[in-house]
Design a protein around this ligand. Sequence first.
Ligand SMILES: *Cc1c(COP(=O)(O)O)cnc(C)c1O
Length: 386
Amino acid sequence: MTTSLQTQLIHNAYEPPAGFAAFPTPIHHASTVLFKDVAAMRSGDWKDKNAYTYGLHGTPTTFTLEARLAAIEDGQFCLLAPSGLAAIAMVDFALLKSGDDVLLPDNVYNPNRELGRWLSQDFGVSARYYDPLIGAGIAQLMQPNTRLVWTEAPGSVSMEVPDLPAICAAAHAAGALVALDNTWSAGLALRGFEHGVDIVMQALTKYQSGGSDVLMGAVITRERALNDRLAMAHMRLGMGVSADDAYLVLRGLSSMKLRFEAHDAAARKVAAWLKARPEIARVLHPAFADCPGHAHWKRDFTGAGGLFSVVFDARYSEAQTDRFVDSLALFGIGYSWGGANSLVMPYRMQAMRKAWKDAGILVRFNIGLEDADDLIADLAQGLARL
Ligand SMILES: *Cc1c(COP(=O)(O)O)cnc(C)c1O
């Protein structure tokens, strides 16, 4: 058939060269996915990871990323979301309906708390908050309509490490599912499913990407029926991720474990240095005895991330600690973590947490991949300006 140039510009003869092999996963851009014939279109199930039905439901690029993420957590199924927060929303909308109850730790990632507030204000779901160190005591909070218990290990600002097996046992005894926000350890230092959780959520924005340049989330499970409930919410909410972003996360995975170990080593070195300083009242790093829930970290974790917090001595005002933060040359002031650049962020804990007792200012650090001694020298000059 002879066609016009306009048609030829669209219908070109490109095919990937046979016999070509390379390490990177190919980036498949697709909204429309083509079916061989009508019968193939009619028989394809969008939930089946071997059938390609529409770009939003997945391509070889996103299916490859999902499979690799599930393997890291020792899970079976994975769904990708356009951000970590979107992954949290997918879990809530899949599992909660009007009349249901959800429990969230009091130290939960703040936008997750905000989502809980929205669900209880406008969607007829009750969202209640529990002491992250409640452990087995959560049994007393379980109600017949409690469907879901969120956990975060550790809380990403105040760093309490929960007793996951105890919370999971109590939740399961009451018929509720447990979701774990496992972002801090990237699935490398805490095996969520082994400790009893039903759903692992990851903000791939952090260590999996490692580049401070991608937003993405994942929800990982072990049971098909649970995955299918989540997949319905994923589909109904129209959650998809771009092929280029999926590629960037795939690219980050190869080096993730080595990066994570480097973040861990440097963070412990910097935290130990800060702990010895008279300006610092407490170091909230799960591997340090000062940290609430440290015993749970010791029992359940095989490593630590680069994120920790310190509480300044109460004699320093917020204006002084702000001056410290502003004076740091190697620490960017910004949210998130998991990239090569160190970050710092002060928090107003009294406003965030009713039960917060420390009078001193809390400052959170993300230790990047810079030389730890350079970071320490920078912190030393900053402390001198207090
Ligand atoms: C960053 C983060 C999220 C959300 O991820 P985004 O991709 O930024 O939406 C959720 N939970 C924790 C613990 C996080 O650190």
